[in-house]
Each structure stands twice: as structure tokens, then as C-alpha cells.
Ligand binder design. Structure first.
Ligand code: ADP
Ligand code: NI
Length: 213
């Protein structure tokens, strides 16, 4: 089992070698560490949580033609490594429910699914989450902040396409909503401090922006 974790680590590390969209290897590694920490406290299956965390972004449709082909990519790797069918099923059930896509996503129904989703969301808030947001927006060519474009809780698809998405807007659109969406007790506890840090950061940001500090 440890050997498979090791192999998954090596495989994913290589896959994300050149990423600058907020999905570099270190994101995966942080999610895995968060997931381990939560799994130990929640007494869940550590092996499934760790393996699913390591693979959670490998099949993301951002890197594949479709959700389906991304999924096949990950399943094929697991099959190649002779992972038992039941384990593949468990791991894929976790991965399928991890992402925050709003609307069309399925909610995790196992404790392992809840844990990996919480672990991934934790990495989107707090100091690291802030850094990832600015990296992502910069990479996409978005502005840091346009005053009247922020403070909205939802952006329409049209606005998104037209590039009125900004880093600061992303806080309101997504980041500030995440702590309330945590599924496990441990995830909630960990999210609290990170959420408070987001609020503190925004307060300072807006004051500096307006020349008040
Ligand atoms: P993941 O697949 O790890 O859940 P995403 O692909 O949704 O995350 O996003 C990667 C990172 O970029 C996250 O930290 C997320 O908050 C941030 N991000 C996503 N969309 C935007 C956006 N429109 N503007 C700024 N940051 C974004
Ligand atoms: Ni992720």
C-alpha cells in the first residue's frame, strides 16, 4: 500500500511539473497533508484519503479534453498498477465529488469524500489560498481589483467570459463561502482561522486601496 502511495506521488509530481495555474505538485501535496490530518482525527480510511488526494487533480478537465477522458486517464493508471477493483471504485468515488463546480457536482456521501473535499477547500483559503488566487488571476490576465466589480456574490457567465473576473472578486464569489461548506468537524475547525485571515486581509486591502492606512 505504501508502495502505491509512493508511485502515485512520483506520477503526479511529474504530471504537474510545469504547472503555474495553481495546480502545481505542492497544491496536491498540501491537500494530501490536510487530508491525512483530518482523516486521523475523523478515524477514516487513511489509505483511500491519501491516494485520492494525490490523484484528485490528475484527471481534472482543465488538463483533459473532457471530464470523461480525465477520469479514464486516472482509472487507467490505477489499473496499470494492478489496484483492486474495489479500491479503484472507492478512490474514484472520492475524486468525482471533490471539486467545487457549483450546481452540477455531486455531494460526497462517504467520510473519505468529505475529507478530501475539505482538504482541497482548505487550500483555497487562508494565506495559501490568497496566494493561489492572485497566481491564477495573473495567469489568466485578470485584474487584481476593479472597485465596482467586486463585492458581488455571483458573477454571470457572460461577465466571466468578458474578463470582469478579478482576484478580489473571487474572494466574494467563492473563497468567503467555503468555510461554511466544510463537511467534517476537523475541516470546519481548520477553516475557521483561515477564513478569519481572509476577512482580515480584505479589510486591510480595502483600507490601503482607499488610502486610509
Ligand atoms: P481546485 O481544482 O484545486 O479546487 P480551481 O481549479 O477551482 O481549484 O482553482 C485553482 C485555484 O485558483 C484556487 O485556489 C481557486 O480559488 C483559484 N481560482 C479559481 N478561479 C479563480 C478566478 N476566477 N480568479 C482567481 N482565482 C481563481
Ligand atoms: Ni485541487
Amino acid at each position: 500500500m505504501d508502495q502505491l502511495i509512493q508511485k502515485a506521488e512520483t506520477w503526479v509530481q511529474k504530471l504537474f511539473e510545469k504547472d503555474s495555474s495553481g495546480h502545481d505538485w505542492y497544491h496536491t501535496d498540501r491537500v494530501r497533508k490536510n487530508a491525512r490530518m483530518i482523516a486521523q482525527k475523523e478515524e477514516a480510511d487513511l489509505f483511500i484519503c491519501e491516494l485520492a488526494s494525490l490523484l484528485h487533480d490528475a484527471g481534472d478537465d482543465k488538463f483533459h479534453e473532457s471530464e470523461e477522458s480525465g477520469r479514464i486517464f486516472v482509472v487507467s493508471w490505477l489499473e496499470k498498477e494492478n489496484v483492486p477493483y474495489l479500491t479503484i471504485k472507492q478512490v474514484m468515488a472520492v475524486i468525482d465529488t471533490v471539486s467545487f463546480k457549483g450546481g452540477n457536482n455531486r455531494q460526497p456521501d462517504t467520510i473519505e469524500g468529505k475529507i478530501v473535499q475539505d482538504a482541497d477547500r482548505l487550500d483555497a483559503i487562508g494565506a495559501v489560498g490568497i496566494a493561489r488566487t492572485f497566481m491564477y488571476a495573473g495567469n489568466k490576465g485578470d485584474a487584481m481589483h476593479i472597485p465596482d466589480k467586486s463585492h458581488r456574490t455571483e458573477m454571470t457567465k457572460k461577465e466571466y467570459r468578458e474578463g470582469t473576473s478579478t482576484s478580489i472578486n473571487h474572494f466574494y464569489e467563492k473563497l468567503l463561502t467555503l468555510s461554511a461548506l466544510m463537511k467534517t468537524k476537523t475541516g470546519k475547525d481548520l477553516a475557521k482561522k483561515r477564513h478569519e485571515f481572509l476577512e482580515l486581509y480584505l479589510e486591510q486591502f480595502h483600507e490601503e486601496w482607499e488610502g486610509k492606512r
